[in-house]
Design a protein around this ligand. Structure first.
Ligand code: UGA
Length: 436
């Protein structure tokens, strides 16, 4: 089956490469000639473990190709995926659908065979209706259907998530389109990955509801962590204690500096806007967004406290380990590190940082921070070390070395990577999240 993937960003590229790996003929299309040229040369525009190998091997076998020409790319495709960005619209938090609609228009003008047009981009409820309207106008007389097929890929684990999904959600009321989508996902179907067919609007909402619910879980445990610190309890045990209840589930209950990334912050905001437009306010999500926003800067205050308070902290130096919003990505979007670095700079603290993949994208976002060549170069002369992102590289720090090169043995562990008793036994003043 021929599949066209319009948009070769994170979602489009991972999905396209995985579909090709299943044996489909995939053409990835993107407007950006530089991106297409690099992909043809095997250079990935993003950092994602395993992606370069997957793209290269499928391109070599002839199942995966790249083009800037949409008309050529979609010709003969039975399924045409729209996988372009839906950033927050400047000013109001609504999802910006201009890229999705522009692609729909172009597809409509170029379409001359039967095809299912599938939105994979994260789009608010009702977007599929508008895509259908655009296509009906632009491609009269061509048989098509519009389906919704949200992605549930985590950055850093996207290929595994694609190949072993908890579920595949497909939203379309059209029986023919359901058949085409069954064919698209046949290899996963055979592996018994559950496919949930729903209406298009339901599928669009499932995506937002899933991300919002995960954001609720994280924010809930973060607030429990704050309470744990006050009452002398241990948040990791609280997570375990509640997570063992099958109704609650143990995942996404790791307390930390607040969620970031390209999805949760943007999608929770967009859901709030939809809820507002339809006069069905989602108060819980409103609270989650506000609590998470204030949490990031509060983490800066936690570091200042570890340095002895505002007066003592002024003029001191902090080493930040990890800048990306989570490990195994170079993505800096809405990363807590940005607010933390700013809070420290505002308090007159100088900051050096090291991140295995994120420094290039981080540097312009935090001009006040000095990027170091490696972990220990960042720590050299620091009055406190802060673990912001739980990269594996920071899980086995050389504490003796830190004591030799840092000004003081102070560790603030915002990801609860270490055991408090063990670190304290090495002579460190140690603070973490939700543990005393
Ligand atoms: C998220 C969802 O997990 C994916 O299912 C979804 O497809 C994706 O958004 C999307 O909409 O495209 P992602 O943003 O890559 O994926 O990252 P997550 O692993 O979900 O982490 C998000 C943030 O939550 C990170 O800042 C992470 O550190 C934080 N987090 C996560 C916690 O603080 N605690 C947890 O227990 C889990």
């Amino acid at each position: 089956m021929k599949i066209a993937m319009v948009g070769s960003g994170y979602v489009g590229l991972v999905s396209g490469a995985c579909f090709a790996d299943f044996g489909h003929d995939v053409v990835c299309i993107d407007k950006d000639p530089a991106k297409i040229d690099s992909l043809k040369a095997g250079i990935m525009p993003i950092f994602e473990p395993g992606l370069a190998e997957l793209v290269t091997s499928n391109a070599k076998s002839g199942r995966l190709s790249f083009t800037t020409d949409l008309t050529e790319g979609i010709a003969g495709a039975a399924a045409i995926f729209i996988a372009v960005g839906t950033p927050s619209r400047r000013g109001d938090g609504h999802a910006d659908l201009s890229y999705v609609y522009a692609v729909a228009e172009e597809v409509g003008q170029a379409l001359n065979n039967d095809a299912v047009v599938v939105t994979k981009s994260t789009v608010p409820v009702g977007t599929g209706d508008e895509v259908e309207r655009i296509l009906t106008e632009a491609a009269p007389g061509v048989k098509f259907a519009v389906a919704s097929n949200p992605e549930f890929l985590r950055e850093g684990a996207a290929i595994a998530d694609f190949k072993h999904p908890d579920r595949i959600v497909i939203g379309t009321e059209d029986e023919w389109a359901r058949g085409v989508m069954r064919e698209v996902y046949r290899p996963l179907f055979l592996n018994k990955s559950p496919i949930l067919f729903t209406s298009r609007r339901t599928s669009e909402l499932i995506k937002y509801a899933a991300n919002a619910f995960l954001a609720v879980k994280i924010t809930f445990i973060n607030e429990m962590a704050d309470l744990c610190e006050k009452v002398g309890a241990d948040v990791q045990d609280v997570s375990r204690g509640i997570g063992m209840d099958g109704r609650i589930g143990s995942k996404f209950l790791h307390a930390g500096p607040g969620y970031g990334g390209s999805c949760f912050p943007k999608d929770t905001l967009a859901l709030l806007k939809t809820a507002e437009d339809y006069e069905a306010p989602t108060r819980i999500v409103e609270a989650v967004v506000a609590v998470n926003d204030s949490r990031k800067r509060a983490m800066g205050r936690k570091v200042i406290e570890a340095l002895g308070g505002t007066d003592a902290a002024r003029g001191k130096k902090v080493a930040m380990l990890g800048l990306t919003f989570k490990p195994n990505t170079d993505d800096m979007r809405d990363s807590p590190s940005i607010a933390i670095a700013l809070a420290l700079a505002d308090a007159g603290i100088s900051v050096s940082a090291y991140d295995p993949e994120g420094m290039e994208l981080a540097a312009p976002l935090m001009p006040e921070v000095k990027m170091a060549a490696n972990t220990y170069a960042a720590i050299d002369g620091a009055d406190a070390v802060v673990i912001v992102t739980e990269w594996d590289a920071f899980r086995a720090l050389d504490f003796d070395r830190i004591k030799r090169i840092a000004k003081a043995p102070v560790l603030v562990d915002l990801r609860n990577v270490y055991d408090p008793a063990e670190v304290r036994a090495k002579g460190f003043a140690y603070s973490s999240v939700g543990r005393v």
